[in-house]
Design a protein around this ligand. Structure first.
Ligand code: NAP
Length: 282
Protein backbone atom coordinates (compact mmCIF):
# COMPACT_ATOMS: atom_id res chain seq x y z
CA UNK A 1 0.00 0.00 0.00
CA UNK A 2 1.33 3.40 -0.96
CA UNK A 3 1.67 6.24 1.51
CA UNK A 4 -0.96 8.80 0.57
CA UNK A 5 0.63 12.24 0.54
CA UNK A 6 -2.29 14.37 1.69
CA UNK A 7 -2.27 17.95 0.47
CA UNK A 8 -5.16 18.60 2.84
CA UNK A 9 -3.15 17.63 5.91
CA UNK A 10 0.11 19.25 4.81
CA UNK A 11 -1.52 22.48 3.62
CA UNK A 12 -3.34 22.75 6.96
CA UNK A 13 0.02 22.59 8.76
CA UNK A 14 1.54 25.17 6.38
CA UNK A 15 -1.46 27.48 6.77
CA UNK A 16 -1.32 27.23 10.57
CA UNK A 17 2.30 28.43 10.49
CA UNK A 18 1.44 31.21 8.03
CA UNK A 19 -1.49 32.40 10.19
CA UNK A 20 0.84 32.64 13.20
CA UNK A 21 3.36 34.66 11.17
CA UNK A 22 0.59 36.91 9.82
CA UNK A 23 -0.52 37.65 13.40
CA UNK A 24 3.08 38.58 14.35
CA UNK A 25 3.40 40.84 11.32
CA UNK A 26 0.08 42.53 12.05
CA UNK A 27 1.27 43.26 15.58
CA UNK A 28 4.14 45.16 13.93
CA UNK A 29 1.69 47.16 11.80
CA UNK A 30 1.78 45.27 8.51
CA UNK A 31 -1.21 43.26 7.23
CA UNK A 32 -0.30 41.13 4.21
CA UNK A 33 -2.65 42.04 1.34
CA UNK A 34 -3.47 40.09 -1.81
CA UNK A 35 -5.36 41.46 -4.82
CA UNK A 36 -6.90 38.90 -7.15
CA UNK A 37 -8.14 39.91 -10.59
CA UNK A 38 -10.54 37.80 -12.60
CA UNK A 39 -11.83 38.70 -16.05
CA UNK A 40 -14.92 37.01 -17.47
CA UNK A 41 -17.07 34.20 -16.13
CA UNK A 42 -15.06 30.98 -16.55
CA UNK A 43 -16.59 28.73 -13.84
CA UNK A 44 -13.31 26.96 -12.92
CA UNK A 45 -11.53 30.31 -12.53
CA UNK A 46 -14.40 31.58 -10.36
CA UNK A 47 -13.95 28.59 -8.03
CA UNK A 48 -10.15 29.09 -7.77
CA UNK A 49 -10.50 32.82 -7.11
CA UNK A 50 -13.19 32.27 -4.45
CA UNK A 51 -10.99 29.76 -2.71
CA UNK A 52 -7.97 32.10 -2.75
CA UNK A 53 -10.05 34.91 -1.26
CA UNK A 54 -11.48 32.66 1.48
CA UNK A 55 -8.03 31.36 2.43
CA UNK A 56 -6.66 34.89 2.61
CA UNK A 57 -9.37 35.89 5.06
CA UNK A 58 -9.01 32.63 7.04
CA UNK A 59 -5.30 33.40 7.60
CA UNK A 60 -5.95 36.97 8.74
CA UNK A 61 -4.73 38.61 5.54
CA UNK A 62 -6.30 41.51 3.66
CA UNK A 63 -7.98 40.56 0.39
CA UNK A 64 -9.27 42.52 -2.59
CA UNK A 65 -11.11 40.86 -5.46
CA UNK A 66 -11.63 42.54 -8.85
CA UNK A 67 -14.25 40.84 -11.00
CA UNK A 68 -14.02 42.45 -14.41
CA UNK A 69 -16.44 41.89 -17.29
CA UNK A 70 -15.48 39.86 -20.38
CA UNK A 71 -15.48 43.14 -22.36
CA UNK A 72 -12.52 44.55 -20.36
CA UNK A 73 -9.80 46.03 -22.61
CA UNK A 74 -6.04 45.59 -22.29
CA UNK A 75 -5.74 49.26 -21.34
CA UNK A 76 -8.29 48.92 -18.51
CA UNK A 77 -6.61 45.79 -17.15
CA UNK A 78 -3.13 47.32 -17.29
CA UNK A 79 -4.41 50.49 -15.59
CA UNK A 80 -5.75 48.38 -12.70
CA UNK A 81 -2.44 46.51 -12.37
CA UNK A 82 -0.59 49.83 -12.35
CA UNK A 83 -2.84 51.15 -9.60
CA UNK A 84 -2.34 48.00 -7.50
CA UNK A 85 1.43 48.18 -8.04
CA UNK A 86 1.35 51.55 -6.25
CA UNK A 87 -1.07 50.52 -3.49
CA UNK A 88 0.78 50.04 -0.18
CA UNK A 89 -2.01 47.82 1.24
CA UNK A 90 -1.35 45.28 -1.52
CA UNK A 91 1.71 43.00 -1.34
CA UNK A 92 0.64 40.42 -3.89
CA UNK A 93 -1.15 40.77 -7.24
CA UNK A 94 -2.56 37.78 -9.02
CA UNK A 95 -4.34 37.82 -12.34
CA UNK A 96 -6.26 34.58 -12.78
CA UNK A 97 -5.31 32.83 -16.03
CA UNK A 98 -6.36 32.03 -18.66
CA UNK A 99 -7.60 35.47 -19.69
CA UNK A 100 -10.23 35.89 -22.42
CA UNK A 101 -8.55 35.61 -25.83
CA UNK A 102 -8.61 39.29 -26.74
CA UNK A 103 -6.44 40.15 -23.75
CA UNK A 104 -2.64 40.04 -23.77
CA UNK A 105 -1.56 37.71 -20.94
CA UNK A 106 2.13 38.42 -21.42
CA UNK A 107 1.59 42.18 -21.20
CA UNK A 108 -0.32 41.76 -17.95
CA UNK A 109 2.34 39.49 -16.41
CA UNK A 110 5.06 41.95 -17.51
CA UNK A 111 3.13 44.84 -15.95
CA UNK A 112 2.93 43.34 -12.44
CA UNK A 113 5.65 44.70 -10.18
CA UNK A 114 8.05 41.73 -9.76
CA UNK A 115 8.06 42.41 -5.99
CA UNK A 116 4.28 41.78 -5.93
CA UNK A 117 4.32 38.93 -8.45
CA UNK A 118 3.19 36.20 -6.04
CA UNK A 119 2.59 33.75 -8.90
CA UNK A 120 6.28 34.15 -9.88
CA UNK A 121 5.41 34.37 -13.58
CA UNK A 122 7.25 37.66 -14.29
CA UNK A 123 10.35 37.15 -16.42
CA UNK A 124 12.51 38.65 -13.67
CA UNK A 125 11.29 36.08 -11.16
CA UNK A 126 11.56 33.25 -13.69
CA UNK A 127 15.21 34.23 -14.26
CA UNK A 128 15.87 34.31 -10.52
CA UNK A 129 14.45 30.81 -10.15
CA UNK A 130 16.73 29.62 -12.94
CA UNK A 131 19.84 30.75 -11.06
CA UNK A 132 18.50 29.55 -7.71
CA UNK A 133 18.37 33.02 -6.09
CA UNK A 134 14.68 33.76 -5.79
CA UNK A 135 12.14 35.66 -3.72
CA UNK A 136 9.07 33.75 -4.85
CA UNK A 137 8.58 30.26 -6.21
CA UNK A 138 5.66 29.41 -8.49
CA UNK A 139 2.94 28.07 -6.23
CA UNK A 140 2.27 24.60 -7.67
CA UNK A 141 5.89 23.38 -7.93
CA UNK A 142 6.69 25.00 -4.57
CA UNK A 143 3.73 23.17 -3.03
CA UNK A 144 5.02 19.87 -4.41
CA UNK A 145 8.49 20.44 -2.95
CA UNK A 146 6.85 21.22 0.40
CA UNK A 147 4.85 17.98 0.24
CA UNK A 148 7.99 15.95 -0.44
CA UNK A 149 9.81 17.64 2.44
CA UNK A 150 6.92 17.02 4.80
CA UNK A 151 6.87 13.35 3.74
CA UNK A 152 10.64 12.96 4.20
CA UNK A 153 11.18 12.24 0.52
CA UNK A 154 14.54 13.69 -0.52
CA UNK A 155 14.95 14.12 -4.30
CA UNK A 156 18.74 14.16 -4.03
CA UNK A 157 20.29 11.61 -6.40
CA UNK A 158 16.85 10.40 -7.54
CA UNK A 159 15.70 10.32 -11.13
CA UNK A 160 12.75 12.68 -11.44
CA UNK A 161 10.67 12.55 -14.60
CA UNK A 162 8.33 15.49 -15.19
CA UNK A 163 5.63 15.05 -17.84
CA UNK A 164 4.71 18.53 -19.09
CA UNK A 165 6.80 21.60 -19.89
CA UNK A 166 4.43 24.51 -19.26
CA UNK A 167 5.85 27.73 -17.82
CA UNK A 168 3.45 27.40 -14.88
CA UNK A 169 4.14 23.83 -13.80
CA UNK A 170 6.47 21.61 -15.84
CA UNK A 171 9.50 23.86 -16.40
CA UNK A 172 9.72 25.37 -12.89
CA UNK A 173 9.04 21.93 -11.39
CA UNK A 174 12.03 20.52 -13.26
CA UNK A 175 14.17 23.44 -12.10
CA UNK A 176 13.23 23.00 -8.43
CA UNK A 177 14.00 19.28 -8.66
CA UNK A 178 17.37 20.16 -10.16
CA UNK A 179 18.04 22.61 -7.31
CA UNK A 180 17.19 19.73 -4.94
CA UNK A 181 19.91 17.64 -6.67
CA UNK A 182 17.64 15.26 -8.54
CA UNK A 183 18.56 14.05 -12.03
CA UNK A 184 15.76 15.42 -14.17
CA UNK A 185 14.06 14.35 -17.39
CA UNK A 186 11.37 16.60 -18.90
CA UNK A 187 8.84 14.93 -21.20
CA UNK A 188 6.28 16.52 -23.51
CA UNK A 189 3.97 15.70 -26.40
CA UNK A 190 6.87 15.11 -28.81
CA UNK A 191 8.80 12.82 -26.46
CA UNK A 192 9.56 9.40 -27.85
CA UNK A 193 9.50 6.31 -25.61
CA UNK A 194 7.50 8.16 -22.98
CA UNK A 195 6.44 4.95 -21.25
CA UNK A 196 10.03 3.68 -20.95
CA UNK A 197 11.27 7.03 -19.63
CA UNK A 198 8.50 7.19 -17.04
CA UNK A 199 9.29 3.66 -15.90
CA UNK A 200 12.78 4.87 -14.98
CA UNK A 201 11.44 7.51 -12.61
CA UNK A 202 12.01 7.34 -8.88
CA UNK A 203 9.79 10.42 -8.68
CA UNK A 204 7.21 10.88 -11.43
CA UNK A 205 5.41 14.22 -11.73
CA UNK A 206 2.42 14.28 -14.08
CA UNK A 207 1.38 17.74 -15.32
CA UNK A 208 -0.33 16.90 -18.59
CA UNK A 209 -3.97 17.84 -18.21
CA UNK A 210 -5.39 14.52 -19.42
CA UNK A 211 -7.52 12.26 -17.26
CA UNK A 212 -5.85 8.95 -16.29
CA UNK A 213 -2.95 9.56 -18.69
CA UNK A 214 -0.38 7.82 -16.46
CA UNK A 215 -1.21 4.13 -16.44
CA UNK A 216 0.24 1.32 -14.30
CA UNK A 217 2.60 0.17 -17.07
CA UNK A 218 4.34 3.59 -16.95
CA UNK A 219 5.27 3.38 -13.27
CA UNK A 220 8.21 1.63 -11.64
CA UNK A 221 7.47 -0.35 -8.52
CA UNK A 222 8.21 1.77 -5.45
CA UNK A 223 8.12 5.10 -7.32
CA UNK A 224 6.76 8.32 -5.81
CA UNK A 225 3.96 9.66 -8.01
CA UNK A 226 2.85 13.30 -7.90
CA UNK A 227 -0.37 14.07 -9.75
CA UNK A 228 -0.78 17.74 -10.73
CA UNK A 229 -3.66 17.20 -13.15
CA UNK A 230 -7.12 18.63 -12.57
CA UNK A 231 -9.46 17.06 -15.08
CA UNK A 232 -13.01 15.81 -15.30
CA UNK A 233 -13.62 12.13 -15.96
CA UNK A 234 -16.40 10.69 -18.14
CA UNK A 235 -18.87 11.24 -15.27
CA UNK A 236 -17.81 14.84 -14.71
CA UNK A 237 -15.93 13.92 -11.52
CA UNK A 238 -12.68 15.71 -10.67
CA UNK A 239 -9.67 13.49 -11.40
CA UNK A 240 -5.95 13.77 -11.95
CA UNK A 241 -3.56 12.75 -14.72
CA UNK A 242 -2.88 9.41 -13.03
CA UNK A 243 -4.97 6.26 -13.21
CA UNK A 244 -4.99 6.29 -9.42
CA UNK A 245 -6.77 3.01 -8.81
CA UNK A 246 -4.27 0.94 -10.79
CA UNK A 247 -1.12 2.99 -10.10
CA UNK A 248 -1.49 3.40 -6.33
CA UNK A 249 -0.73 -0.27 -5.45
CA UNK A 250 2.63 0.01 -7.24
CA UNK A 251 3.90 3.20 -5.62
CA UNK A 252 5.72 3.89 -2.40
CA UNK A 253 3.86 7.22 -2.17
CA UNK A 254 1.23 9.06 -4.22
CA UNK A 255 -0.79 12.28 -4.14
CA UNK A 256 -4.57 11.96 -4.55
CA UNK A 257 -6.87 14.19 -6.62
CA UNK A 258 -8.71 15.95 -5.11
CA UNK A 259 -6.89 16.70 -1.84
CA UNK A 260 -3.34 16.52 -3.21
CA UNK A 261 -1.42 19.21 -5.04
CA UNK A 262 -4.41 21.61 -5.33
CA UNK A 263 -4.63 22.69 -1.66
CA UNK A 264 -0.84 23.12 -1.57
CA UNK A 265 -0.93 25.57 -4.47
CA UNK A 266 -3.19 27.92 -2.52
CA UNK A 267 -1.12 27.56 0.65
CA UNK A 268 2.03 28.55 -1.26
CA UNK A 269 0.26 31.58 -2.71
CA UNK A 270 -0.39 32.71 0.86
CA UNK A 271 3.26 32.02 1.70
CA UNK A 272 4.39 34.24 -1.19
CA UNK A 273 2.06 37.05 -0.10
CA UNK A 274 3.45 36.81 3.43
CA UNK A 275 7.05 36.85 2.11
CA UNK A 276 6.27 39.96 0.09
CA UNK A 277 4.65 41.72 3.06
CA UNK A 278 7.61 40.92 5.32
CA UNK A 279 9.79 43.07 3.08
CA UNK A 280 7.90 46.12 4.37
CA UNK A 281 9.62 45.65 7.75
CA UNK A 282 13.11 45.99 6.26
P1 NAP B 1 -0.44 22.82 -20.22
O1 NAP B 1 0.10 24.20 -20.31
O2 NAP B 1 -1.58 22.42 -21.11
O3 NAP B 1 0.77 21.80 -20.45
C1 NAP B 1 0.56 20.43 -20.61
C2 NAP B 1 1.86 19.77 -20.93
O4 NAP B 1 1.61 18.38 -21.13
C3 NAP B 1 2.53 20.30 -22.21
O5 NAP B 1 3.90 20.54 -21.99
C4 NAP B 1 2.31 19.19 -23.22
O6 NAP B 1 3.36 19.03 -24.16
C5 NAP B 1 2.26 17.97 -22.32
N1 NAP B 1 1.52 16.89 -23.00
C6 NAP B 1 0.29 16.95 -23.56
N2 NAP B 1 -0.01 15.77 -24.12
C7 NAP B 1 1.05 14.96 -23.93
C8 NAP B 1 1.34 13.63 -24.30
N3 NAP B 1 0.47 12.88 -25.01
N4 NAP B 1 2.51 13.11 -23.93
C9 NAP B 1 3.41 13.83 -23.22
N5 NAP B 1 3.19 15.11 -22.84
C10 NAP B 1 2.03 15.67 -23.19
O7 NAP B 1 -0.95 22.49 -18.75
P2 NAP B 1 -0.43 23.02 -17.31
O8 NAP B 1 -0.88 24.42 -17.09
O9 NAP B 1 0.99 22.67 -17.12
O10 NAP B 1 -1.33 22.09 -16.37
C11 NAP B 1 -1.25 20.68 -16.43
C12 NAP B 1 -2.35 20.09 -15.58
O11 NAP B 1 -2.16 20.51 -14.23
C13 NAP B 1 -3.77 20.55 -15.94
O12 NAP B 1 -4.67 19.48 -15.67
C14 NAP B 1 -4.03 21.68 -14.98
O13 NAP B 1 -5.41 21.87 -14.73
C15 NAP B 1 -3.34 21.17 -13.75
N6 NAP B 1 -2.91 22.20 -12.80
C16 NAP B 1 -3.17 21.94 -11.50
C17 NAP B 1 -2.75 22.84 -10.54
C18 NAP B 1 -3.01 22.52 -9.12
O14 NAP B 1 -2.91 23.40 -8.28
N7 NAP B 1 -3.33 21.28 -8.79
C19 NAP B 1 -2.07 24.01 -10.90
C20 NAP B 1 -1.79 24.22 -12.27
C21 NAP B 1 -2.21 23.29 -13.20
P3 NAP B 1 3.72 20.15 -25.27
O15 NAP B 1 4.44 21.23 -24.55
O16 NAP B 1 4.58 19.42 -26.24
O17 NAP B 1 2.40 20.61 -25.83
Amino acid sequence: MAEIISGKVISAAVKERIAAEVAELKAKGVTPGLAVIIVGTDPASQVYVGSKERTCIELGMYSEKYELPESTTNEELLALVERLNKDDKIHGILCQLPLPRHLDEKAVIDAIDPKKDVDAFHVQNVGKIMIGDYDFLPCTPAGIMEMLKFSNIDPQGKHCVVIGRSNIVGKPMAMLMLHANATVTICHSKTQNLKELCREADILVAAVGRAKFVTADMVKEGAVVIDVGMNRDENGKLCGDVDYQNVEPLCSAITPVPGGVGPMTIAMLMQNTLTSAKRCLK
